[in-house]
Design a protein around this ligand. Structure first.
Ligand code: HGY
Ligand code: MN
Ligand code: MN
Length: 424
């Protein structure tokens, strides 16, 4: 059941993806719409209008999340929540996060237009700023909803010295009110997010649907290498304390760590920069930004000790000191077995083939999991590409994901999620 979809649905999904993609930074590659940027600010009006057009009551909470509400029979019952994000990485694509907002709005429209009245409110959320940003912190809106955004986070500075708190103020949000997210202060029944896989597995297995079992944990660090500035032309190779060489060794150590993971594990260095701009000085101060991810909690828990020790020892051979600033972007989070069961039986009833799948990407679902039983539905990414302009998912696959979302939300509405069953 993947090709026969209502033409209205296909048209609305296509137009939604296309119109939202139009809000992009013309000076950056791909479909760039980073949090707090001008195109992102303009796109928030579009999202709110699209929710209203689908018949939802729309509001924006103090953390900048846009919430579309489909009233249920008993509005005081714990709400059902779905949604994702519409911000992108620099040079990003048109589907990461966006599918889970445009698709969720379409699902709510289908429920309303079919005359389905859920027993509880359904909240469709476009979470502010899911992507990791210049402040090094992902999932701003869902983190605030989960009361995980701290005053120290607001003091984080970007490379220009602007604090995250100032960025909120400049965007029109009150940093002191960020945790007063009332909809998330009440008990919630469940959270279910539709998202692209951002990897190749579903396409390789020719499956239209994935049911997420766990979401990767992320450990990030900035390492500062301090050596000695010297004349690049007159200093013998054996007399140098070259911070760039120590950083280069560290980049390879990070790669070895990722390749050595026993199950799912990856490690990436995304930035190495020398303080000096001169091309004729041995680098004395170099900063490096890396991250390590895994769904294997014990392996990920040992990464900091292993990498810190190895990088310090190697840098010492070059007479270079290293300072580390480690942060846990998020711990490994397991999807609710109850929600997984409900989604699996909805897909089986619809005749949609699926597989259980871990997520190597992090999501707003990580933080929503602290508020309610959480689940995610994945749909295929062409060639597994994401976080790049080539990111693509077929509209028919998105529509299949929406169909699964509609039926899973209806089943979740009356499900007793306290049952803990074996994961599918
Ligand atoms: O980084 C991630 O995994 C997500 O795309 N924010
Ligand atoms: Mn995403
Ligand atoms: Mn992303």
């Amino acid at each position: 059941m993947t090709s026969d979809h209502d033409t209205g649905t296909i048209e609305r999904l296509d137009s939604g993806i296309t119109e939202l993609a139009g809000y992009r930074d013309p000076d950056r590659n791909g479909w760039t719409r980073e949090v707090f940027s001008a195109p992102y600010r303009e796109s928030r009006q579009w999202t709110a209008a699209r929710m209203r057009d689908a018949g939802l009551d729309v509001s924006t909470d103090p953390a900048g999340n846009i919430i579309g509400r489909l009233e249920g029979a008993s509005p005081n019952a714990p709400a059902l929540v779905t949604g994702s994000h519409t911000d992108t990485v620099d040079g990003g694509g048109r589907f990461d996060g966006i599918v889970g907002v445009v698709g969720a709005i379409e699902a709510a429209r289908q429920l309303r237009e079919s005359g389905t009245r859920l027993s509880r409110d359904l909240l469709v959320v476009d979470f502010l700023g899911e992507e990791s940003n210049v402040f090094g912190l992902s999932c701003l809106g869902s983190r605030a909803a989960a009361r995980e955004l701290t005053p120290a986070d607001l003091d984080r500075k970007d490379y220009r010295g602007v604090s995250l708190g100032q960025a909120y103020t400049d965007f029109g949000l009150d940093p002191d009110a960020l945790t007063q997210v009332q909809w998330a202060r009440k008990p919630l029944h469940a959270f279910l997010e539709l998202h692209i896989e951002q990897g190749p597995t579903l396409e390789q297995r020719q499956l239209p649907l994935g049911i997420v079992t766990a979401i990767t944990g992320i450990e990030r660090f900035i390492a500062t290498f301090s050596g000695s500035a010297d004349h690049a032309g007159t200093t013998a190779m054996t007399d140098r304390q070259d911070a760039m060489i120590a950083a280069a060794e560290a980049v390879l150590a990070v790669r070895r760590e990722g390749c050595g993971a026993p199950t799912h594990g990856v490690a990436t260095t995304t930035r190495v920069e020398s303080e000096s701009r001169s091309p004729n000085v041995v680098p004395s101060l170099v900063r490096m930004m890396s991250e390590v991810r895994s769904v294997d909690t014990s392996w990920l828990g040992g990464v900091k000790g292993r990498l810190t020790g190895e990088i310090l020892a190697k840098a010492g051979e070059y007479g270079v000191d290293v300072n580390f600033d480690w942060s846990t972007d998020n711990e490994v989070v397991h999807a609710s077995p109850g929600v997984q069961d409900v989604v699996a039986s909805a897909a089986d009833t619809l005749g949609i083939p699926w597989m259980p799948i871990p997520s190597g990407a992090t999501h707003d679902a990580v933080h929503m999991a602290t508020l309610a039983p959480m689940g995610m539905i994945f749909l295929p990414s062409r060639a597994g590409k994401s976080h790049c302009p080539e990111e693509w998912s077929d509209t028919s696959d998105i529509a299949t994901g929406v169909t699964a979302l509609v039926h899973a939300l209806q089943a979740l509405d009356t499900a007793d999620l306290t049952r803990v069953t074996a994961t599918p």
